[in-house]
Design a protein around this ligand. Structure first.
Ligand SMILES: [Zn+2]
Length: 152
């Protein structure tokens, strides 16, 4: 179970709608599945990112599209980690949006996922967030949905 506040959800929805039609992404900082801070990051996906993994190329690689791919730069993760430590927090999850797609992880999402994190996905249609769902890898590296709890 992943726990967030209404204002954190509001922040995620605003970011997802602002980035549309590109994917937004960022980190969830907190403790034991309780989110304390949202840490937005830039979507730094480029074609090179998937080059070494041909099976992960987007349907139309020429488009070099952040519409259906996201990447968080390792330097951005390090920066968040450093900050989190000063606040006695840790990175507990990664969120991103799915423009015009359901809030279900793609094969790309699965391959790049770490099993220690929650993966929150927001579905955006016509610039409006319609749903958000959270997922975590199981022992077989398959995503299982985890419930989201909203408490203020
Ligand atoms: Zn995705």
């Amino acid at each position: 179970m992943l726990s967030l506040t209404p204002s954190q959800i509001e922040q995620l929805i605003t970011q997802a709608q602002t980035c549309y039609p590109e994917e937004c992404c960022g980190l969830l900082l907190g403790h034991n599945k309780t989110v304390r801070e949202i840490w937005p990051t830039e979507n730094t996906w480029t074609l090179e990112f998937s080059q070494g993994m041909p099976e992960l190329l987007p349907p139309n690689p020429q488009a070099q599209s952040r519409h259906d791919r996201f990447a968080i730069a390792p330097t951005a993760i390090l920066k968040a980690q450093k900050y989190a430590r000063t606040q006695d927090l840790a990175i507990i999850g990664i969120y991103h949006s799915h423009p015009d797609h359901p809030a279900i992880p793609s094969e790309y999402d699965r391959v790049i996922a770490w099993d220690i994190y929650s993966y929150l996905i927001l579905s955006v249609e016509n610039q409006q967030v319609t749903t958000y769902r959270s997922w975590q890898l199981d022992g077989d590296r398959q995503f299982q949905e985890e419930p989201i709890q909203i408490n203020s």
